[in-house]
Design a protein around this ligand. Structure first.
Ligand code: MTE
Ligand code: HPA
Ligand code: MOS
Length: 752
C-alpha cells in the first residue's frame, strides 16, 4: 500500500496553505520583529508606516481585542511585545497591507528605539542568575548516595548538544477570513488545530465556537508547528476580525528562521559508576535546557528528557535533574524526539567515555546493561515486551558485526589518511503524550449512499502518512477497496478538542478512534445485512466488498448493502472516541505508567573520515527496528530513513549559531547546513524485528515517527571512533554537532 497522497504531491496538485485560492480583497500581513534580543522599547512611532499608500492597518498589543498573553502550557508570552523585548525577532507589530511588498516597505518606516539590557544566551549562566522558566525536576530510582561506594570505576564529564532548525519546506502561516455570525475561519499550517482555535479565541476575545480551524496538510512540521503556529494564526485572525477582511500571513524563510524556536540546546554534567563486570551501578546527571525567552513546550520537553535519560539501559541507581533555563533566544520548542535525543546523547556519551578510559569497545558496556523484562524505569513503569537485547543481537548477527569490525581494522591499517569508524546506537522510546490527558482522539466517519466514505479525525497529515494509515484502518474493518475512502481536512468544527499530532501518537490515537467508529458502523451494517438476508448476525461477514452468509458470497454487494441500509433509515455516520487505557502519571511522586508501550531498535553506523580535510561520509546505517506488526512497511521505512538523516544532521552538521548579542547568525541556508543527498548515508538497511506488536498500538503497528531520529546519534560516535584511530592524543569530548571544522581540530589535537 503506497501513500495515498504521493501522486498528488509529486504532480504538484496537493494544496498547501500558499496554494489556497485567495478571496477578492485579501490583505497580506508581515510581522515586524525586534532587532535586539533584550531591552525596553523606549519609543515606537508607526505613523509614517501607516501613512504609506496600500497599508491598511498596523496592529500592536494595543489593538488586541481579547488578551495579548499567549503560551500553550504557561501563559508567559505576549503575542505582541508590550514594553520589553526578550529575543531578536520577537513580534512587536503586524503590518497589514494590500500586498506583501507594501507591508515590507512599511517596516522600513517604523521608528523604534530601545534601551538595551544584558543578553543571556547560555543556559548555565541563566541558571546561575536564577533565570528559570519553571522549577527544576528530578527523577530518581535506587539510592544514588550510597551507590558510588559500590562502584569499582567512576567517570565524569560534560556533554553539550546544539539546537536544530526544523526547516519544514512550508514556512509558518495562516489565512483567516470572516464568515457568518461574527465568526472567523482560519486555514493554518499547524500540528495543533485546537491550540490555534484556543489561542485565537483568547486573543480575539470570542468563544471557541466562533473560530473554525481547517488544515488540509502541512509541508512538514517536525514539532515546529505543535505550538508555534498558534501565535501567527492568531495574528492573521486578529487582523481579519478587526478589519473584517481576509488576511494572509505566510512567513518569509528568513523571518521564520529568526522568529521561531528550534530544538533545545542542552548542556549537561554527568557521573557514571560501573562494577568490575561492567554493570552500570549508578548514573547521575544534571541537564541545563536552553529554553529561550518563554516556556512554550519546554516544561513537557524537559519531562521527556527525564524519562529517556537512561535510554535502553537498566541502571538501578539513577538521579536525573533538569533545569529549564530562560535565555534571550526565541522560545525553543518541540522537535522530533521532544527532549529525548538530548538526554540519550548524555548517557551514550557517558558510556563511550567510560569504555574509552577502560580501553574496551563501547558496545561491551552497552550490551551488558540493556533493559530486560520487568525492569523498572526511573519513573516507575515496569518494562514489558522488552526487545532491545533482541534488536542488538539480531543486528550483530544479521549484519555480522565481527566482520564489520575486522573490515574496519584492515581498512584502517591499509589507509593512513582515510579512517573508518563505527558505533552502535540502541534506542528505547516511550509512546504516549507524557501528559496523560492529551492521549485522546476522535474520528467522524460518514458512509455516503453510494458506498464511499469520508473520514475526519484530529490527525494532521504532515508527510508522515497518517491519512493513509487511517484509510487502511477503515478499509480493513469494512473489507473494501481503499479507493472508496477519502480523508477530509482536519477541521475543528467536525472533530473538536484535538490533541496536536505529535508524540508519534497520531496514528495510534486517531486510528483507534477510526477503528471504534468503523466497528460500530460494521455492527449496524451486519444487523442490516442479517435482516435483508434473513439470518442471524453471526452468519454475516463482510469480505472483499461482498456480504458473505455462512462463508458463501451473496447477491448483496457493499454498495447494495449501503443503499438498502440507508433506505431502512439506518444511521451511516459514527463518531468514535478513544482514550489510551492503563496510562497514568503522578507528578508529585514522579512515578507512574506514562507510556502505552516502548519502541526499541538498534543501529550500526559506519563512516569514513577524510583525515586531511575533516570531512566524512556515512557509509551505512544498518538497523534492526521493532515495528510490531507494521500496518504500512513502505511508509514506516520512509519514516525511518527521513528520521535517520535528520538525526545525523543534528549530530554532525546543523550548527545554529547566535552571537553574544543574541542575533541569529545561521539565519539562512547559506549559513545553516542541512543534510543533502551527498551527506545522507550511502545506504540505510532496515530490518524489521519479528514481533506481534502491542495491543495499544494501532492494529499492533508501533508508532514510528520519532524513535528512529535517535539512530542518528550513532554518527557522532562513529566519527569520534575514527578520530581516535587517527589521533591517539585526542581526548574524547562530547560537543555536538561534530562538524567537519570541529573534526579537523580534533584530528590534529596535541597531547597537552
Ligand atoms: N514525517 C514527515 N514527513 N513530516 C513531519 O513533519 N514529523 C515527525 C514525524 N514524522 C514529521 C514526520 C514528528 S516530530 C512526529 S511527532 C510524528 O511524525 C507525528 O506524526 P505521527 O504521530 O502520525 O507519527
Ligand atoms: N510529546 C510530544 N509532544 C508533546 C508531548 C509529548 O510527550 N506532550 C505535549 N506535547
Ligand atoms: Mo513531534 S516533536 O512530537 O511533533
Amino acid at each position: 500500500m503506497n501513500n495515498i497522497d504521493s501522486i498528488n504531491h509529486v504532480t504538484g496538485k496537493s494544496v498547501y496553505l500558499d496554494d489556497i485560492l485567495i478571496q477578492k480583497g485579501t490583505l497580506h500581513a508581515v510581522v515586524f520583529g525586534s532587532s535586539i534580543a533584550h531591552g525596553k522599547i523606549t519609543h515606537l512611532d508607526i505613523s509614517k508606516a501607516e501613512e504609506l499608500l496600500g497599508v491598511e492597518k498596523i496592529l500592536t498589543y494595543k489593538d488586541v481585542t481579547g488578551q495579548n498573553q499567549i503560551g500553550g502550557i504557561i501563559e508567559d508570552e505576549p503575542l505582541f511585545a508590550e514594553h520589553e523585548v526578550h529575543f531578536q525577532g520577537q513580534p512587536i507589530a503586524l503590518i497589514v497591507a494590500k500586498d506583501e511588498h507594501t507591508a515590507r516597505k512599511a517596516i522600513t518606516l517604523i521608528d523604534i528605539k530601545f534601551e538595551e539590557f544584558e543578553v543571556v544566551i547560555d543556559p548555565r549562566i541563566a541558571k546561575e542568575k536564577g533565570l528559570l522558566l519553571i522549577p527544576p525536576r528530578t527523577f530518581r530510582i535506587g539510592d544514588i548516595k550510597n551507590a558510588w561506594s559500590k562502584c569499582d570505576y567512576i567517570s565524569e564529564g560534560r556533554v553539550d548538544s546544539g539546537g536544530q532548525e526544523h526547516l519544514y519546506i512550508e514556512t509558518q502561516g495562516a489565512y483567516a477570513y470572516p464568515i457568518d455570525n461574527g465568526s472567523i475561519k482560519i486555514h493554518s499550517s499547524t500540528q495543533g488545530p485546537t491550540a490555534v482555535q484556543k489561542t485565537a479565541s483568547k486573543v480575539l476575545g470570542i468563544p471557541m465556537n466562533r473560530i473554525e480551524v481547517d488544515v488540509a496538510r502541512l509541508g512538514g512540521g517536525f514539532g515546529g508547528k505543535e505550538d508555534q503556529a498558534s501565535g501567527f494564526a492568531a495574528m492573521a485572525a486578529l487582523a481579519s476580525y478587526i478589519l473584517q477582511r481576509p488576511v494572509k500571513l505566510s512567513l518569509h524563510r528568513l523571518d521564520d528562521m529568526k522568529m521561531t524556536g528550534k530544538r533545545h540546546p542542552y548542556s549537561s554534567d554527568y557521573k557514571i559508576g560501573l562494577s568490575k563486570d561492567l554493570k552500570i551501578i549508578a548514573f547521575q546527571t544534571t541537564l541545563y535546557q536552553n529554553g529561550g525567552a518563554a516556556a512554550d513546550l519546554s516544561p513537557a520537553i524537559m519531562e521527556r528528557t527525564l524519562f529517556h535519560s537512561t535510554n535502553a539501559y537498566y541502571i538501578p541507581n539513577t538521579e536525573v535533574t533538569t533545569y529549564s533555563c530562560k535565555t534571550n533566544l526565541p522560545p525553543n520548542t518541540a522537535f522530533r524526539g521532544f527532549g529525548a535525543p538530548q538526554g540519550m546523547f548524555v548517557i551514550e556519551s557517558a558510556i563511550a567515555r567510560a569504555a574509552n578510559e577502560l580501553g574496551i569497545p563501547t558496545r561491551t558496556i552497552q550490551e551488558k546493561n540493556f533493559l530486560t523484562e520487568n525492569d523498572e524505569f526511573q519513573y516507575g513503569q515496569i518494562a514489558k515486551s522488552v526487545n532491545i537485547g533482541n534488536c542488538f543481537s539480531t543486528a550483530s548477527r544479521l549484519f555480522n558485526i565481527e566482520k564489520i569490525d575486522n573490515d574496519i581494522k584492515k581498512f584502517n591499517q591499509e589507509n593512513s589518511l582515510l579512517k573508518k569508524g563505527m558505533a552502535i546506537m540502541p534506542i528505547c522510546f516511550g509512546i504516549s503524550f507524557t501528559n496523560t490527558s492529551m492521549n485522546q482522539a476522535r474520528a467522524l466517519v460518514h458512509i455516503y449512499q453510494d458506498g464511499s466514505i469520508g473520514i475526519s479525525t484530529g490527525a494532521i497529515e504532515m508527510g508522515q502518512g497518517v491519512n493513509t494509515k487511517m484509510a487502511q484502518v477503515a478499509a480493513k474493518v469494512f473489507s473494501i477497496n481503499i479507493k472508496r475512502i477519502k480523508l477530509e481536512s482536519t477541521n475543528t468544527s467536525r472533530v473538536a478538542n484535538t490533541s496536536p499530532t505529535a508524540a508519534s501518537s497520531g496514528a495510534d490515537l486517531n486510528g483507534n478512534a477510526v477503528l471504534i467508529a468503523c466497528n460500530e458502523l460494521l455492527k449496524r451494517l451486519k444487523e442490516s445485512a442479517a435482516k435483508i438476508l434473513e439470518c442471524s448476525i453471526d452468519e454475516i461477514k463482510l469480505q472483499d466488498e461482498q456480504v458473505l452468509k455462512n462463508g458463501q458470497v451473496t447477491e448483496l454487494s457493499w454498495e447494495k448493502l449501503i443503499i438498502k441500509s440507508y433506505l431502512s433509515r439506518i444511521c451511516l455516520s459514527e463518531n468514535g472516541h478513544y482514550a489510551t487505557p492503563i496510562i497514568h502519571f503522578d507528578k508529585s511522586k514522579e512515578k507512574g505508567h506514562p507510556f502505552a508501550y516502548h519502541v526499541y531498535g538498534t543501529a550500526i553506523v559506519t563512516i569514513t573520515l577524510d583525515c586531511l580535510r575533516g570531512t566524512y561520509e556515512v557509509d551505512n546505517v544498518q538497523i534492526v527496528h521493532d515495528f510490531g506488526n507494521s500496518i504500512n512497511p513502505t511508509i514506516d521505512k520512509g519514516q525511518i530513513e527521513g528520521a535517520v538523516v535528520q538525526g545525523i544532521g543534528w549530530m554532525t552538521m546543523e550548527e545554529i549559531s547566535f552571537n553574544k548579542d543574541g542575533r541569529l547568525l545561521s539565519n539562512s541556508l547559506s549559513t545553516y547546513k542541512v543534510p543533502d543527498i551527498y551527506s545522507a548515508p550511502k545506504a540505510i538497511e532496515c530490518h524489521a524485528l519479528e514481533t506481534v506488536g502491542p495491543e495499544l498500538a494501532i492494529l499492533k503497528s508501533k508508532a514510528v515517527g520519532e524513535p528512529p531520529f535517535m539512530y542518528g546519534i550513532g554518527a557522532f560516535f562513529a566519527i569520534q571512533n575514527a578520530i581516535e584511530t587517527f589521533n591517539p592524543n585526542y581526548k574524547l569530548d562530547f560537543d555536538a554537532p561534530l562538524t567537519p571544522e570541529k573534526v579537523l581540530m580534533r584530528l590534529y589535537e596535541k597531547n597537552v
